[in-house]
Design a binder for this molecule. Structure first.
Ligand code: CAA
Length: 255
């Protein structure tokens, strides 16, 4: 059975982690399928935004502990199990995590790689690696710190505590909380709203915002201006501004 299910609801797609017997533990095989599915949707002109979800019980309970438990540092480096995860971060289309149940360790880190997080009231987040004698290895020390600040990130990562959806929301890493019956619909509604915009402008906005994580302010501002000016060669910019002046809804084609 496939470890990943893809549900197309054009112009959006829902990608679902599908390893229920292991609470969606992120084995190398699952990550490989996930990245391949996301890359294929990223190339697909009929898809404009992607929702990434798990089950009501578990978004993902982390990297697969069984696959790593006996490995040495040398073997970990040679296998570079986490290297493949970077494919998720490189997706250019808007990626929304719809999280319910456990989002622990690598599960929390995958949610943090997404552009927005919609959580069910029952979602539980945590970087539990410290309890296993390790640290987050798929971006948690960096992306969580960017998301919730140094002091809270220290608490999360050094204690290995579990945080409710409400606590994650208050910390600023969750965009919206919904009842368990609605979190996926809320994430899809958000994706559909975004999917109405120009795909080229969306990609430029995502690129510019993510650049702010890497660049000093002056460099980031330069990058933003460059992307802003470039959009004036797109048909979507012409259509967007023409539609405004003609008092109608724009029809963006992604060109
Ligand atoms: N890896 C491998 N298998 C896992 C797993 C994981 N991360 N999480 C759960 N499973 C498996 C369990 O081994 C169990 O399988 P068996 O029935 O074959 O024993 C099955 O999923 C169900 O799990 P539990 O019986 O433990 O379910 P529970 O409801 O009692 O507890 C839980 C749920 C609290 C999430 C608990 O499973 C748990 O603590 N999981 C580990 C969470 C964790 O530590 N994650 C961090 C992993 S390391 C990491 O992610 C590194 C990184 O930065 C990339």
């Amino acid at each position: 059975m496939s470890l990943i299910l893809v549900h197309r609801e054009e112009p959006i797609a829902v990608v679902q982690l599908n390893r229920p017997e292991a609470l969606n533990a992120l084995s190398p095989a699952l990550i490989q399928e996930l990245v391949a599915a996301l890359q294929s949707l990223d190339r697909d002109e009929n898809i404009r935004a992607i929702v990434l979800t798990g089950s009501d019980k578990a978004f993902a309970a982390g990297a697969d502990i069984k696959e790593m438990a006996t490995l040495t540092a040398k073997e970990m480096q040679e296998k570079d199990l986490i290297g493949a995860w970077d494919g998720i971060w490189k997706i250019q289309k808007p990626l929304i995590a719809a999280v319910s149940g456990f989002a622990f360790g690598g599960g929390c880190e995958i949610a943090l790689m997404c552009d927005m997080i919609v959580a069910s009231e029952t979602a539980k987040f945590g970087q539990l690696e410290i309890n296993l004698g390790i640290i987050p290895g798929a971006g948690g020390t960096q992306r969580l710190t960017h998301a919730i600040g140094k002091w809270k990130a220290m608490e999360w990562i050094l204690t290995g505590n579990i945080y409710s959806a409400a606590e994650a929301f208050q910390s600023g890493m969750v965009n919206k909380i919904a009842p368990i019956s609605e979190y996926l619909n809320e994430a899809k509604a958000l994706a559909k709203k975004i999917a109405e915009k120009s795909p080229i402008a969306l990609a430029a906005a995502k690129k510019a915002i993510l650049a702010s994580l890497n660049l000093p302010l002056d460099e980031g501002l330069k990058k933003e201006r460059q992307l802003f000016y470039q959009l004036f060669d797109s048909e979507d910019q012409k259509e967007g501004m023409k539609a405004f002046l003609e008092k109608r809804k724009p029809e963006f084609t992604g060109r």
